[in-house]
Design a protein around this ligand. Sequence first.
Ligand code: SAH
Length: 339
Amino acid sequence: MNIYGITQAALERYFADIGENPFKAGLIYDGIYKKGIEDFAEFGFADRVTARLKADLEFEFPEVVETLDSEDSAKLLLRLKDGEYAETVLMRQKFGNVLCVSTQVGCNMGCVFCQSGRMKKRRSLLAGEIVGQVMAVRRELGADIGGVSVMGIGEPFDNFEEVRNFCGIVSADKGLAVGRRHITVSTCGIVPRIYEYAELPSSYNLAISLHAPNDELRSRIMPINKAYPLKEVLTAAEYFSERTGRRVTLEYVMLGGVNDLPEHAKQLARLIGSRSFYVNIIPYNPTDNGFRKSSNEEIELFRGVLRKNGIVATRRREFGTGLKAACGQLRADYERDGL
Ligand code: SAH
């Protein structure tokens, strides 16, 4: 088993099962995450314990296939144990480094503007493979991670258990200790899982990829909307925010001439109503999907209408456009050209 995929609670149970003090789990967490230890021999445990740990657990790192680095961001393409690829993007923000992690190989959600969906889901990633993205970035770039966005390739709520364990592992105080309010899981809106997420004993932030202010348009660009229409998604999001006290972000990617008209902003404001969601406007990262990026003027007009209607709307800084950082782009190129 990969040590990076084991929650502290599970590691405590493991030690109890082999007749050892569960307290050792905290020592391991501290050693591997805070001190970067990659060998059980360095813990100074009795020989039989070390031998047992070595037999049962391994330090599994993905292989770094490609690193693209620029001033404000870096992107790593990683090869997993079975030869599949995952990618992760580091965003160097003023207040610290935020890592965007992938949760699946490919994606089945089929959003028409998104590159990731071009390749159907091949499999979901294990928690240890998601943590592995953090470990690989730390090792490769020497970067400390202050926040995590679960917004890379894949639909996190189509891989709920592993994503939940991932969040638990990276936020553990004795481990990487990423603050829970610096962890955000982004979903296209799988409603039952939003309710499940709201009931987790420790909560993290929630972002919803909304991208359209009415069902007709949303169903056209995001097929998941046919199963879980807007009203249900927003009701679930509101439940989450009431249950956890956390604010929900609605992501809105600006597709030129498709969903970015002032009329759409008005509809969006009406849809949100008095709920305390805030909107994150995402400039579209152009791919060859047939959509165009909204102009600055279009984006500012849209944002202005939201603001006039009392909706807090921020605009996402564009990271790594030169790095092919839009979901799945590096990987797609790698498959096409072998880079
Ligand atoms: N499946 C999850 C998380 C992964 S996608 C979700 O849907 O939220 C992360 C975000 O990037 C989503 O909001 C997605 O719609 C958006 N996105 C996809 N392709 C994009 C592109 N080319 N430019 C900008 N944002 C994009």
